[in-house]
Design a protein around this ligand. Structure first.
Ligand SMILES: Cc1ncc(C[n+]2csc(CCO)c2C)c(N)n1
Length: 245
């Protein structure tokens, strides 16, 4: 007979929580303090239907048109992270991700996917924003203007870690294969958020929060948690919007 693993009670004080947490990482405090919404994001029915290639072209177009507007503010936020990081070694991965991944994804995936889904030029460049897209952009713009490194990290970390979360749940064979459901639009969207390079990027973002978070005053820790939770709620609303609910 095996014992049930002991659940660490979550505490809104990081120091109180870490005393008996199995994994005392600051990023784990933020994530577990964002339940149940965190799990609702990574297991969202819309994300699950992407992993199975079952989202319709219409739903995928609506989602990606809005997401391209999200990615624009996200890319600006990466630039703010270069500026706000507290040391040289930390600036470099943001610049590398911006140069390698963000631009590739933007230039190739979004353009190819939205063309294949029949999006118009206006939908690509200046679509009407859904309320959740406008709210998400406002949060990212607030973090960017603050140049507050832990707050910037919190928003970036939620966006990337939660996407790693749902994409890691995809099972082989991925959509878009011969005779199977879905297309390259589904398959590449999963592949972009999975794999060793993306995992290392998420580990870097978490590592930065784990490095800086524990030494922050309790008041600042609570502020980072607030930003993290707001971002998680927006991820949830974003998938709800995509699902049309
Ligand atoms: C709502 C929303 N949240 C997170 C991501 C993940 N993500 C944000 S930017 C980026 C790479 C740069 O293009 C990735 C993978 C997303 N796309 N949309």
């Amino acid at each position: 007979m095996s014992a049930e693993p002991r659940q660490t009670p979550w505490s809104d004080s990081y120091d109180g929580w870490r005393a008996d947490a199995a994994d005392p990482a600051f990023s784990e405090w933020l994530r577990s303090g964002s339940e149940p919404e965190w799990t609702a994001v990574v297991t969202h029915p819309f994300a699950a239907s992407i992993t199975r290639g079952l989202t319709s072209e219409e739903a995928m177009r609506r989602y990606l048109v809005q997401d391209f507007q999200f990615v624009d503010s996200f890319t600006a936020l990466l630039g703010a992270a270069v500026a706000a990081a507290d040391n040289f070694e930390s600036r470099v991965p943001f610049g590398r991700f911006l140069g390698e991944t963000a631009t590739t994804e933007e230039k190739t995936y979004f353009h190819r996917a939205l063309a294949a889904l029949g999006a118009s030029e206006a939908e690509l460049t200046a679509p009407p924003l859904e309320p959740v897209t406008a709210d998400f952009r406002a949060l990212m713009d607030e973090a960017r203007r603050s140049l507050d490194y832990p707050a910037i990290l919190a928003v970036l970390c939620v966006a990337e870690w939660s996407y790693l979360g749902w994409a890691s749940l995809a099972e082989e064979p991925l959509p878009g294969g011969p005779g199977g459901p879905g297309s390259f639009v589904h398959r590449e969207w999963i592949e972009l958020h999975e794999g060793p390079a993306f995992r290392a990027w998420v580990a870097f973002l978490r590592g930065e929060l784990d490095r800086l978070g524990p030494a922050l005053p309790a008041r600042e820790q609570a502020r980072v948690l607030d930003v993290f939770r707001r971002a998680v709620r927006l991820e949830l609303r974003f998938f709800d919007m995509a699902a049309g609910s």
